[in-house]
Design a protein around this ligand. Structure first.
Ligand SMILES: [Zn+2]
Length: 163
């Protein structure tokens, strides 16, 4: 999935949004966001602005956001439009299975036709493709786990600040 790294204009939380999205909701402050050409054009806050947080919490949040943004930048390189690709683990799992099934049929067919060299080449190529697909899948899994951890940490800080 093509994603964009943006910052909420309302609460300054770093957001991950699908690149072709036009309307979004900030996970952290709940405000409605309108997007155009990768930029926020309008912001409509449905809820009251986030409760003012004290300086200590603010700096902890800033620190956490900075760390997350640095991680995201190194883990998923962005193009010049600020878009990056987040591999969907499910999709890549299907792709690996599909490639495997297809190549088994092809290899059997080549063997039946008396083309063992072709069968070996096909098997080798399929293994390389499946290896690559699994790597992408792993990248997606690690990213999703890291994102969940970061969001948890951030919510915990926000909740601690409110109580
Ligand atoms: Zn927000």
């Amino acid at each position: 999935m093509q994603m964009m790294a943006l910052t909420c204009p309302h609460c300054a939380a770093p957001l991950d949004l699908p690149a072709r999205l036009h309307r979004a909701r900030c996970d952290y402050c709940g405000c409605q966001l309108l997007l155009s050409e990768g930029d926020f054009v309008e912001q409509r806050a449905e809820q009251a602005p986030p409760a003012p947080v004290d300086d200590r919490v603010r700096s902890e949040l800033d620190q956490l956001d900075r760390e997350w943004q640095a991680y995201r930048r190194t883990y998923l390189p962005r193009d010049s439009n600020g878009e990056y690709f987040v591999p969907d683990p499910e999709q890549f799992l299907h792709l690996a299975w599909g490639t495997g099934a297809f190549s088994v049929i092809l290899v059997i067919g080549l063997l039946v036709m008396g083309m063992p060299t072709g069968a070996i080449v096909t098997a080798g190529l399929s293994a390389a493709i499946i290896f690559g697909v699994n790597r992408q899948r792993h990248v997606g899994q690690v990213y999703q786990r890291s994102l969940a951890n970061y969001q948890n940490e951030r919510l915990k800080l926000m909740q601690a600040a409110e109580s």
